[in-house]
Design a protein around this ligand. Structure first.
Ligand code: 8YV
Length: 307
């Protein structure tokens, strides 16, 4: 049996399948020279330094679509194949993005509190909210999840625009410049991969361009948004609202974001439904078991294809 280093929590069923093929080791005690396979998650990844202590490592299966916590260049240089779990989570992450946008527009948290607290009886009707209909919505990173978000938004009759590294063959308007796009948008939805290439791409200028009536939604990685600039913009009214599922130093969330009434905060649950986590877990297991059998993986990261 080959030796697998397990760096993330898995379900009993995943563990059972893995145990048929691998001797499973946990992060606190493993024989470095024997490890050939690693299973980790999007938020844990594997530090480059750890990877370098595993001389016989051949494959890493990432239980998540985002793999910015894995140093892909170092993995490829070490001859390690890396897989992730694309597609199976598109729908639920897109739902999370739409939900955050709607919660901001319709002040769902404020009005829930209004109903629970007795304010309705004491003060009367809650103040009016804004309609999410007919808005211009910018998608930052029009990949598979970005497209799913655009599709799910259709009933609200939006004008969809986008920024990606490269222009795509789609009907939506493309912006090369993120500030220019933000200036034309009511909502900016971040769904671009994390990592050095996108760090702080949503900066103070982008937030100011989005403006006092603007809404930021982030379901990608906390690193994509300059969080200090975001807090300043929300506190001073330069930006209207923010719906956030991810944070720069999660699970820690700055107290300032918690104190604001124009934020909706979620604990990185974009893909966290029973159905989707089952599908992601199965794909992560299938990838690592297939590699053990024949040296291939079902859903290798695009860098292996030179992408
Ligand atoms: C998971 C994610 O929460 O897939 C991703 O990239 O961010 C989420 O779906 C993450 O993989 C859990 O570690």
């Amino acid at each position: 049996m080959s030796d697998l280093l397990l760096l993330t929590n898995v379900t009993d069923d995943m563990r059972k399948q893995l145990a048929q093929v691998f001797t499973i080791h946990k992060a606190d005690d493993y024989p470095a020279e024997k490890i050939t396979h690693v299973l980790t998650s999007g938020s844990v990844g594997i530090p480059r330094a750890t990877m370098e202590t595993l001389p016989n490592l051949k494959a890493i299966s990432n239980y998540g679509v985002g793999y910015d916590a894995i140093d892909i260049d170092a993995a490829i240089a070490q001859g390690v194949m890396v897989s992730h779990t694309p597609n199976v989570l598109n729908s639920d992450v897109a739902t999370t993005a739409v939900m955050l946008m709607l919660m901001c527009y319709r002040e769902a948290l404020r009005d829930d509190a209004w109903a629970r607290s007795g304010d309705w009886e004491a003060l009367g009707a809650a103040p009016l909210t804004r309609s999410p209909d007919n808005q211009t919505i910018g998608i930052l990173g029009l990949g598979r999840i970005g497209q799913a978000i655009a599709d799910k938004l259709a009933p609200w009759n939006p004008t969809i625009v986008y920024h990606s590294r490269n222009e795509k063959d789609v009907a939506y308007k493309y912006y090369r410049d993120v500030v220019e796009m933000a200036a034309d948008c009511d909502v900016l939805i971040c769904v671009t991969p994390g990592g050095v290439g996108t760090k702080g791409i949503v900066n103070a200028d982008v937030l100011a361009a989005l403006g006092p009536q603007g809404t930021l939604v982030n379901v990608s990685r906390g690193s994509v948004v300059d969080e200090a600039a975001l807090i300043e913009a929300l506190e001073t009214g330069k930006l209207g609202w923010a719906g956030l599922d991810v944070f720069e130093t999660e699970p820690a969330i700055p107290q300032a974001l918690k104190n604001l009434s124009n934020t909706v905060l979620l604990p990185h649950v974009g893909s966290a439904t029973v159905e989707t986590r089952l599908a992601m877990g199965q794909l992560a297991v299938d990838n690592i078991i297939q590699h053990q059998h024949d040296g291939t993986m079902l859903t290798k990261v695009p860098e292996h294809e030179g992408g």
